[in-house]
Write a protein that binds this ligand. Structure first.
Ligand code: FAD
Length: 305
């Protein structure tokens, strides 16, 4: 049976949960649908130092637990299932999921992004056997071993710092000559003796037997090929927006992000987007939370107008 809500929120990261705090507190019947567990990407951050209110920093996991408690306190309902599409029936929005359809007056899309894959031989075969996409989940399995991190942005350097607590050596493999991560993260990484850098280098193949044993590398400047013995590789080379399920309904920008105005409105009245899934997002928790609040406030105005 179709169940009706005033607002359905897709995604339980900081953007979706913040939207839920606002809509539930505004006494709108609200359902948040999350395909995994509430928290989103920030659960991968060992320490969040740039979200206001926590002068000593807070782990990403603890931050999302607090956000969830706050939202459910105001009556936000949550459901664990994947949203597979949105359809329109006049002014009604039908949110399609693996657990059936949900009817909404307004929808907030906050489905964030997921890590891109390297797309090289061995990556799929050794996922879970030395290839990982989450240091906070898997770093402990590499205690006293040599591991690589592919990437050079904020997420990659956060992963390298997390790994340095367990591994004996962490080799950051980056296709450019300098990191894209913020200076504060760079300073921490350069000061950590266990972290080394291989510049202008890409991973071309991951080899092993039952588990990862070595990487085949190429220097993008000289073309020189080499190999590196490692027990694991953490892939953190970028993110792609979770918008595949929306392709037929909403226009997306060239990178697949949802285009909104400053009210978080999409082209379809009553459908809003917030957080990392949105075009031009700065991809930070504070921005995701702000987007979620903005979307919720304009969703409330849309419903009550
Ligand atoms: C290692 C790491 C460290 C970071 N450190 C920081 C930091 O220190 N400070 C900071 O501000 N930011 C940091 N970030 C960035 C921050 O995590 C993101 O900007 C933030 O999580 C974006 O929130 P969001 O709600 O927009 O999306 P997400 O957090 O990506 O949440 C989206 C949610 O939607 C769900 N979802 C996706 N598709 C569907 C679907 N079809 N149906 C149902 N659910 C779906 C996903 O499972 C996910 O839970 C870090 C990121 C990483 C990876």
């Amino acid at each position: 049976m179709n169940k009706a809500y005033e607002v359905v929120i897709i995604g339980g990261g900081p953007a979706g949960v913040s939207a839920g705090i606002y809509t539930a507190r505004a006494r709108l019947s609200s359902l948040l649908i999350e395909k995994e567990s509430i928290g989103g990407l920030i659960v991968n951050a060992e320490l969040v130092e740039n979200y206001p209110g926590f002068p000593g920093g807070i782990s990403g996991y603890d931050l999302t637990q607090l956000m969830e408690q706050q939202a459910t306190k105001f009556g936000l309902e949550t459901l664990t299932t994947e949203v597979t599409g949105i359809e329109l029936n006049g002014e009604q929005k039908i949110v399609k999921t693996n657990e059936g359809d949900f009817i909404a007056k307004a929808v907030v899309i906050a489905s964030g992004s997921e890590r891109t894959k390297l797309g090289i031989p061995g990556e799929k075969e050794f996922t879970g056997k030395g290839v990982s996409y989450c240091a906070i989940c898997d770093a402990v399995f590499f205690t006293d071993q040599t591991v690589a991190v592919a990437g050079g942005g904020n997420a990659a350097i956060s992963e390298a710092l997390q790994l340095s607590k367990y591994a004996s050596r962490v080799i950051v493999i980056h296709r450019r000559q300098e990191l894209r991560a913020t200076r504060i993260l760079q300073e921490k990484a350069f000061a950590e003796p266990k972290i080394e850098f291989l510049w202008n280098t890409v991973v071309e193949e991951i080899e092993g037997e039952d588990v990862v044993k070595r990487l085949r590398l190429r220097n993008v400047g000289t073309g020189e090929k080499s190999s590196l013995d490692v027990a694991g590789i953490f892939v953190s080379t970028g993110f792609k927006p979770n918008t595949d399920y929306l392709k037929r309904i909403l226009p997306l920008d060239a990178t697949g992000h949802i285009i909104t105005n400053e009210k978080m409105e999409t082209e379809i009245p009553g459908i809003f987007a917030a957080g990392d899934v949105r075009s031009s997002s700065i991809r930070q928790v504070i921005a995701a939370a702000g987007d979620g609040a903005t979307a919720a406030i304009y969703a409330e105005r849309f419903i009550t107008k």
